[in-house]
Write a protein that binds this ligand. Structure first.
Ligand code: ADP
Ligand code: 5GP
Length: 192
């Protein structure tokens, strides 16, 4: 079936499994491009600049905002995060579909500019499970974990504004649903 390049947004509370699902999806669909976002937060151990994120100072981030370099940007969990237009343009012009793993504010901003983008919201099976996953990942200190958990319920309120919601309970099942959404949308023949 003919496929055309499309734009996907994947959002959901911190620790729900967005990164895990997107990485597994990209293993199965190697042509799906992932943008590297910019952020003012510090790198976690093992995160490489230009791979995980472009790690910018507050000043550099602001400079790029003022220069109009971002497709969208937002304050998330006390830091700035944003998608550079250059990242999306590079992939789209190469004919690749693009997935943006970004927060709900950013997702809705992208939707205004790309009304045909598909917005996928990943939900946790329960708040308790979300907390366990976030703690189990072991990448954040206690203060950061509580900020992210207290933001989770507000983020969940945006789920209804999204095109599709997937509950990430069983990982395999959630991945199959994500693949289905991706395949249906990519082969629908419509414009980006
Ligand atoms: P996010 O990118 O949304 O912040 P991650 O992908 O980093 O979340 O996942 C957070 C933690 O939850 C990781 O340790 C990951 O291995 C685990 N995880 C992801 N999906 C599931 C799942 N369906 N069941 C159990 N653990 C999961
Ligand atoms: P983390 O610090 O765990 O990598 O990401 C924290 C949050 O920032 C996640 O909800 C993630 O989706 C969001 N995020 C990452 N990149 C971007 C981006 O470019 N724009 C926006 N708006 N949010 C982002």
């Amino acid at each position: 079936m003919a496929r055309s390049a499309k734009l996907f947004v994947v959002s959901g509370p911190s620790g729900v499994g967005k990164g895990t699902l997107v990485s597994l999806l990209r293993d199965k669909r190697p042509n799906l491009g992932l943008t590297v976002s910019a952020t003012t937060r510090s790198p976690r151990p093992g995160e490489v600049d230009g791979v995980a994120y472009y790690f910018l100072s507050d000043e550099e981030f602001k400079k790029r905002v003022d220069a109009g370099e971002f497709l969208e940007w937002a304050h998330v969990h006390g830091h700035c995060y944003g998608t550079l237009k250059s990242e999306v343009d590079r992939l789209i012009s190469a004919g690749q579909s693009v997935v943006l793993e970004i927060d709900v504010q950013g997702g809705l901003m992208v939707h205004k500019q790309y009304p045909n983008a598909i917005l996928v919201f990943i939900k946790p099976p329960s708040f308790e499970e979300l907390e366990q996953r976030l703690r189990g990942r072991g990448t954040e200190d206690e203060k950061t974990i509580s900020t992210r958990l207290s933001n989770a319920s507000r983020e969940m309120e945006y789920a209804n504004d999204y095109t599709v919601c997937i509950v990430n309970d069983n990982l395999e099942t959630a991945l199959s649903k994500l693949e289905e959404v991706f395949d249906d949308y990519e082969s629908d023949g419509g414009q980006l």
